[in-house]
Design a protein around this ligand. Structure first.
Ligand code: 6LW
Length: 519
């Protein structure tokens, strides 16, 4: 039986939502405090995905400044209705609460409209278009009813498609099947006249699960599907390769099948570094509702192909090294933190990237001079040829392995107190920096490199043809389990300096990323 490899989108791509327009599938995922916000990917076969662009660009209505890396843009839903694409999402701002917004586009590659703020409490918004063309907005919030029996509740209001505003009464739909943790990530689907409300419960970690309720009317009341949880790996042991599965969204294919996208993680010895990834799971509709992974009951690393596709048509491109020479505009795989870095990091007319050594450190909750891409392979190699004519030890530029602002490592080219060029490896944990190694180099232009595998990250410098290894950092250091939060590792280029060194610059001739996981 021809198969494909899960996850279909590797690296930090949580909270997937999917829709279809004709033969084309579109998928959005959470981007947190990374900028631009809410990546949109495209596929024709559900297996191979290509980044198309982003929903949220610079917008005063969706400010990311000052936020923790794991706050920001959460759990968008994408839907297509009568030629228009709709995305609803949350801006999570920690203690300042959240903002719910809607963007529309006629082309999911963009441009997307300026975000329209909706008067909606809570997180994980979704839209459902009924047969009569009415649109129903759902989300989850703290339970209001005293006898809710659980901390969260799913609610619904109509979305007026002309005014793009919520209208009419609020309907409380459901408080979940498990009631231990929040019920979240709601999506409504209609099948054979029955409305199915599919949600996530148990939190996004080990106990994550898909639960469901059903109703004959869109606004409820919804009755718990007694088969809940419909999908979970919480009872599977540590040897299970995929953990924490949940947060699904369903799509029908032109060939008449239904598939779900789910988030999941691939831990090693209990920790994961790549973040929550997108897994594709077959779904069969029965009279009782959807059955996930009907043949196996679980999310598989190797799954049968969707009908209508062939092994040849979905063969993934070889992961091989990708070398960025930075000629022309940056591709959609690149992100900065909390805002654009056009004035700090810019492609040079003759190729390469110029980085201004900014006083904003990677530890800040502002926008440092940092341009990154997701680590999408456990085993990978990233390298960059960097020139940095630093005048002081406070000025440096190089490669960063970034989990969040309090937990990352830098391999930076700088100078020592006497002005000799040197490369310094620094690990930063819970905000405290430790210098792990420093080596003098002959020139202020070197190749900086980092390799990663199951055990950790090893940092090297190549100077005048000589390769020196500065040291290694164990893999769990960069894990979500150690750092907390919702994101996976990003690998990037950075430049920092003191306040007086604003004019100082570094130059990156090229950056290379080689994924080594799959043959
Ligand atoms: C997402 C929510 C969740 O909005 O994590 O634990 C949030 N569950 O569904 C961020 O990914």
């Amino acid at each position: 039986m021809p198969t494909f490899a899960n996850p279909v989108l590797t690296g930090s791509h949580p909270d997937p939502s999917i829709c279809r327009a004709g033969e084309d599938f579109y998928l959005v995922t959470s981007s947190f405090a990374y900028f631009p916000g809410i990546p949109v990917c495209h596929s024709r076969d559900l297996v191979n995905w290509r980044p198309l662009g982003h929903v949220v660009h610079r917008s005063p209505r969706v400010p990311l400044a000052g936020l923790d890396v794991s706050d920001g843009l959460w759990a968008a839903t994408i839907r297509h209705h009568r030629g228009t694409f709709y995305v609803v999402a949350t801006l999570a701002r920690g203690r300042q609460g959240s903002v719910t917004f809607l963007c529309t586009a006629s082309d999911p590659a963009g441009p997307w409209s300026e975000p329209i703020v909706l008067e909606a409490e809570g997180i994980d918004p979704s839209l459902f278009f009924d047969d009569d063309g009415r649109c129903w907005f759902t989300a989850c919030r703290d339970a209001v009813e005293p006898d809710a029996g659980g901390p969260g509740e799913l609610w619904m209001r109509e979305l007026d498609l002309d005014a793009l505003a919520l209208t009419g009464p609020t309907h409380v739909l459901w408080h979940g099947a498990m009631r231990g943790a929040w019920v979240e990530a709601p999506h409504v689907y209609k099948r054979d006249g029955v409305y199915h409300l599919i949600a996530a419960e148990g939190g996004t970690e080990h106990h994550h699960a898909v639960t469901a309720a059903r109703s004959d009317t869109v606004t409820g009341p919804y009755a718990t599907d007694p088969r809940s949880p419909l999908l979970t790996h919480r009872h599977r042991g540590a040897a299970e390769p995929v953990h924490n599965v949940g947060h699904v969204d369903l799509v029908d294919t032109p060939a008449g099948e239904t598939w779900a996208v789910a988030l999941g993680v691939r831990p090693i010895d209990g920790t994961h570094t790549l973040g929550r990834e997108v897994f594709l799971v077959p779904v069969e509709w029965t009279a009782r509702g959807p059955v996930f992974a009907p043949d196996t009951g679980r999310v598989m690393l190797s799954e049968r192909l969707p009908a209508g596709t062939t092994a040849a048509s979905v063969r993934p491109a070889p992961p091989g090294p990708v070398r960025y020479g930075f000629r022309g505009p940056l591709g959609p795989e690149w992100s900065s933190l909390r805002g654009p870095v056009d004035d700090l990091v810019s492609p040079s007319p003759d190729g390469g990237l110029t980085i201004r050594l900014s006083p904003e450190p990677l530890t800040s909750t502002g926008t440092p001079a940092f341009l990154a891409r997701r680590q999408q392979h456990l085993r990978m190699r990233a390298a960059a040829r960097v020139r940095c004519t630093a005048a002081a030890p406070t000025q440096e530029a190089g490669l960063a392995v970034f989990q969040n602002q309090d937990q990352h490592a830098t391999l930076g080219l700088t100078v020592d107190a006497s002005g000799t060029p040197q490369v310094v490896l620094t690990a930063l944990e819970a905000g405290a920096a430790t210098r792990l190694a420093a080596v003098a180099v002959a020139d202020s232009e070197v190749v900086l490199a980092v390799d990663s595998d199951e055990s950790g990250y090893t940092f090297h410098v190549e100077d005048d043809g000589t390769r020196t290894t500065l040291g290694s950092i164990e893999r769990p250091f960069f894990s979500t389990e150690r750092a907390g939060g919702f994101v996976g590792v990003h690998i990037g280029l950075y430049g920092t300096g003191d306040a007086g060194s604003d004019a100082a610059e570094a130059h990156v001739h090229w950056f290379e990323y080689a994924g080594l996981d799959r043959p």
